[in-house]
Structure formats: C-alpha cells, structure tokens
Design a binder for this molecule. Structure first.
Ligand SMILES: [Zn+2]
Length: 281
C-alpha cells in the first residue's frame, strides 16, 4: 500500500537499494528523521530553528539552569510519552524479527524503537526513559519521576503557566520556584540518562554500536543528516569493509557521496517499502 505511494524516482532508488542489500544481514542507524512522523520535531531538519542546547557544564553547575532544564525536560517527556511508533519504526522491527536486520543503533532518546518491538537497540545518546542519581547511581523510571515532578509542581500541568521561547526553550520566569527532583535515596542530583551537548557518548555504548556494524553485511542510515560524528564513524567502519551503505533522508546529508544508494524521501514510507521488498537473509 505504502510502496504504491512512492514516486517513480524514489521507487527506482528503493529498487537499487534492494539490489545492493538483498540477501545480506543489515545494521540500521537512525536519527531524528525517523521520529518526525511520530510528531517529534527534528531540530536539525530543514527549517528548524537554531537551538542552543544546554551544555552538561551549565546543567551541573547552576541551580537556575537545572530548574530551566527540568521544566523543559518534563514537558518534553510528556510529549514523548504521548508519541507512538510510526511505520518506519515498525518496518525496522519487522526486518529484525525476519532475521534481516541485526539490530538498530539510534541517536534518538525517545524510546520508540523499543516500543515498536525492536529487540537489539543501541541508544547512542541514552534514553529519556531513565533518570539516574549523579551521586549514588540509583536509577529511576521516568514515569515515576514525572509523577513526583507534578506532585511537587502542580502548576506545571496547566500549559498557560509555562512560557516557551521561540525555539521551544522554557523562559526563565516560568522555571522560577520550580522544585527540581532529587534522589529519593541520598538526596543527590538527578540527571536524565541522555548524552548532553558537550558530553561524549560512553565508550562501551559506541563499541556496542561498532560490534553491531561489524557483525553485519550492509548498513542502512535513516533519518540522519550525519552531522553527529558517531554516525560518520560507523559509516566509515562499514565502508572500510566495503559493505553496501544505503542512506534514507529527506535532504542532503554529510555523506551522500559515500553512500552506495541515497534515497531522498521520507523514512516511514521508504523503510516500509524496503522491509516489504528485501528477501530473507
Ligand atoms: Zn542518590
């Protein structure tokens, strides 16, 4: 059904991708573009506002920054929790269940691959689902923490009470008086289990991603413009082994010239078309 919606140029590119990848076990790398059809904005996509993300140093060193971060993060979490996996997430899970995909490496923190049924998921930038204590290491489920945040800050449930800036950031006045959640075990500082701007991807996480690419015979990169270096590094691992690399992304990426096939179209319909057309590995 979705395959029928592809224009001729995209359908042709999908055919070439199937020829390049057919019969191979494939690793999949995803970025924000796979989640836009779930209503989660891609801050790096075309037309996206320029955003200055909070650095980990700001977060760790300033109470005011932490208040601002937690108000925004809480609202973001509510939006994430209300989002559902789309056809692209489901196509990737299908490819894995049929033994074609070895797993998925994602730059996204929205947890939608897990919710779509993917089993081997390497979350390079962490996940919004978990929060941990920077002092004692205790891990908390975000859902429980969100309840505590709302109990301590009941006003946050009313959208008009929270002023958002033009780029979606929370304006300082709406974070004044916000009670930042603390560790219920040791009262230490909590931090979402996500890689902040200015932080490195944990080495063992990147090795896990490399391992996945290493045990695969092809690579699909979907919904990433590859501005993040980790993506380029994984692409180079695949190229060094002369594996076919297929890039699916609306708009140019940093590595179009290095792909075996570039498909310039939406990830949901293209991943579905690929999943329907690829033969068993
Ligand atoms: Zn603690």
């Amino acid at each position: 059904m979705i395959g029928a919606q592809l224009d001729a140029e995209t359908a042709d590119a999908v055919d070439r991708a199937v020829s390049a990848l057919g019969g191979r076990r494939i690793a999949i790398l995803t970025g924000a573009g796979v989640s836009t059809d779930s209503g989660i904005p891609d801050y790096r996509g075309k037309g996206a506002p320029v955003r200055t993300p909070m650095t980990v140093d700001q977060f760790l060193s300033s109470d005011a920054a932490r208040r601002r971060y937690w108000v925004g993060s809480h609202l973001g979490w509510r939006a994430f929790a209300g989002a559902a996996p789309n056809e692209g997430h489901r196509a990737i899970a299908d490819l894995e269940s049929r033994g074609i995909a070895t797993g998925v490496v994602t730059q996204n923190v929205d947890g939608l691959h897990v919710r779509a049924g993917s089993r081997r998921v390497v979350e390079l930038h962490g996940t919004m689902r978990r929060v941990f204590c920077t002092h004692c290491g205790q891990v908390f489920d975000r859902r429980d923490l969100a309840q505590r945040v709302e109990a301590d800050n009941p006003w946050i449930r009313v959208p008009e009470n929270v002023a958002l800036g033009p780029d979606g950031d929370v304006l300082p006045e709406s974070s004044e008086g916000f009670v930042v959640p603390a560790c219920s075990v040791c009262d230490g500082m909590l931090k979402p289990d996500v890689v902040f701007f200015g932080e490195y991807i944990p080495a063992e996480k990147f090795r896990e991603a490399e391992q996945l690419v290493h045990t695969s015979e092809g690579l699909i990169i979907a919904g990433s413009s590859l501005v993040v270096n980790s993506g380029i590094r994984l692409l180079e691992r695949a190229r060094r082994r002369r594996l076919p690399v297929v890039i699916v992304n609306r708009g140019a990426t940093r590595a179009d010239a290095r792909a075996s096939v570039k498909i310039d179209a939406g990830t949901s319909e293209v991943l579905r078309a690929l999943a329907d057309a690829l033969p068993y590995a």
